[in-house]
Design a protein around this ligand. Sequence first.
Ligand code: 5GP
Ligand code: MG
Ligand code: MG
Length: 191
Amino acid sequence: MTMNNDIERVLYSEADIAAAAQRIGAQLAYDYAGKTPILLSVLKGAILWTVDVMRAMDEYAEIEFIDVSSYHGGVESAGSIELRTDLTTDVKGRDIIILEDIVDTGRTLKYMIELLEQRGAASIKVASLLDKKEGRVVEIDVDYIGFDVPNEFVVGYGLDYKDLYRNLPYVGVLKPEVYTAEDSATLNGQD
Ligand code: 5GP
Ligand code: MG
Ligand code: MG
């Protein structure tokens, strides 16, 4: 048994994602020319997206991490936000680019943006691999978008189900039988 066998279909291939990372990395290099922004990677989902975008960005930049969690292992958003790991540098007066795997309800992003604003960041933009616009609960815009994703639960390329599948090189949808009974109830429209 391999992880691949659990995938029903691939939404974005390795090549699709590589092209998106190149496009956004180049755009960021252009938009932040001479500015030395902080690339703020959101653990753990944005790790692969971070390394691909940062390598495609030919401009001085610092890398920081934050772990803010709203999902607790399953497929349904918990609604409350927890700051698990804070970044280790002062953001006062700095230009921040938040690197996210996916923006769904927007709650996680709103929490981080408010935190960075309180700390006096000069500017805050968001570069997300995926934008699930249909899932939005709070008003939040994503500045740089890899792909607009349909309202489905996706895994791979950093995105997990129960902390697995992050190491798949592509983004896909799991076979229904992979989910626990409890999670399938949520997926089948109770949400
Ligand atoms: P939000 O606060 O915008 O609802 O949720 C953002 C976080 O929820 C993402 O960073 C991600 O960890 C998780 N999330 C939202 N949609 C999905 C999805 O389709 N698949 C996975 N694996 N995680 C998701
Ligand atoms: Mg995330
Ligand atoms: Mg998760």
